[in-house]
Design a protein around this ligand. Structure first.
Ligand SMILES: Nc1nc2c(ncn2[C@@H]2O[C@H](COP(=O)(O)OP(=O)(O)OP(=O)(O)O)[C@@H](O)[C@H]2O)c(=O)[nH]1
Ligand SMILES: [Mg+2]
Length: 338
């Protein structure tokens, strides 16, 4: 399953422009599969020269304009939510506009928590003992939401997280904050980041980013040379979308590992702290069960040696078992049984 990202924000904040910039001409109806740029994958591909190179991907969904229900649903279905504040045009208070959208998500979650609490109250009256701890956890969540705070900023134990996750609340999702800036704010965005940072801190999110969504989307229509000239003229870095991808990875608690064979060199997303069999399960669900061992190296070592086979022949592949925690940047060959 690819990582799923929803773009939400105030009306007219440039969500669709950002979606177009991320989609790079692919996708339809506001849904696009987007390659995650990764220089390490490029280096592996240049060394191994495989038949096929496959990037890790994210599924990016543009929340449709106007409809509150669709916006809430998009955030609930996502793994990571991109929140866009409009620092361009006549929008006087971009931060306040985004806060209103966040409040709306909080209210939607509050409604689901209250509904679940009603059910639990009935179960308690009927004498279901197990309902008690769940009800008290949800009562805490309710108070937190009522005080105008997102669930992501509430400290929850594993049980409480599980009960809440059952309600798929939008405000439990990690966020990436984006200041969509007018081109006259380039290259740094002026005070946009300073103004957006308190929201990111409150949501325990990574540092906000500046993006010039409309310009990024326009540059896609140009030839690469023209686009490069424009970037230089505006002081627009060409790394913006890669940075956004990195922020999504970090927010989602993800790392990347690689497989590097002749037929295919590929980047895979994987949960941080995942043990080797779980990482193998990303490639094929059966591998979770049939995992025998992992043969591991790094991008640097593989590029120096030329191939996994060369490293294996030289006895330089590390052999790791079930307990091994996969690291960002590992290149892995999984031995699996039947
Ligand atoms: N100057 C400037 N204009 C932008 C930028 N991003 C978007 N716009 C303009 O703002 C308007 C709205 O952009 P959209 O991308 O449609 O915004 P949206 O958030 O998808 O809007 P809704 O879906 O209707 O809520 C368009 O006219 C864009 O060209 C930007 O970075 N700078
Ligand atoms: Mg739109």
């Amino acid at each position: 399953m690819p990582v799923s990202v929803a773009i939400v924000g105030p009306p007219g904040s440039g969500k669709t422009a950002l979606w177009r910039a991320m989609a790079q001409g692919r996708g339809a109806d506001g849904v696009a599969m987007v390659d995650v740029p990764d220089p390490r994958l490029d280096r592996l591909a240049a060394t191994v020269r495989p038949k096929k190179v496959v990037h890790a991907q994210v599924r990016v969904v543009d929340a449709p304009p106007g409809s509150r229900a669709q916006r809430v649903a998009a955030a609930r279905e996502a793994d990571v939510v991109i929140k866009v504040a409009p620092f361009f045009g006549p929008a006087a208070e971009p931060v306040k506009a985004l806060e209103e959208i966040e409040m709306d998500l909080i209210l939607a979650d509050l409604a689901s928590v209250e509904k679940r609490l009603e059910t639990l109250a009935r179960e308690l009256r009927a004498g279901r003992k197990g309902a008690e701890p769940e009800a008290s956890a949800l009562e805490r969540a309710k108070q937190h939401l009522e005080s105008g705070q997102a669930l992501v900023s509430l400290d929850l134990d594993a049980d409480a997280t599980g009960w809440l996750a059952g309600l798929a609340p939008a405000t439990l999702k990690p966020s990436v904050y984006v200041a969509n800036i007018a081109d006259d704010r380039l290259p740094n965005g002026g005070d946009a980041l300073d103004r957006l940072t308190p929201l990111a801190v409150a949501a325990r999110a990574t540092r906000p980013l500046t993006v010039c969504a409309a310009l990024e989307a326009e540059l896609l229509e140009m030839s690469p040379q023209e686009a490069t000239e424009y970037r230089a003229a505006y002081g627009l870095p060409d790394s913006t979308l890669a940075e956004l991808a990195r922020a999504i990875w970090q927010a989602g608690g993800l790392i990347t590992f690689f497989t590097a064979g002749e037929p295919e060199v590929r980047a895979w997303p994987c949960d941080r702290d995942a043990p080797a069999p779980v990482a193998a399960g990303v490639i094929h669900t059966d591998f979770l069960r049939s995992f025998i061992r992992a043969e591991v190296t790094s991008v640097d070592e593989l590029c120096e040696a030329g191939s996994m086979e060369a490293l294996r022949a030289a006895g330089r592949l590390r052999v790791e078992g079930r307990e091994y925690v996969v690291k960002d940047g590992d290149v892995i060959f999984f031995r699996v049984g039947r």
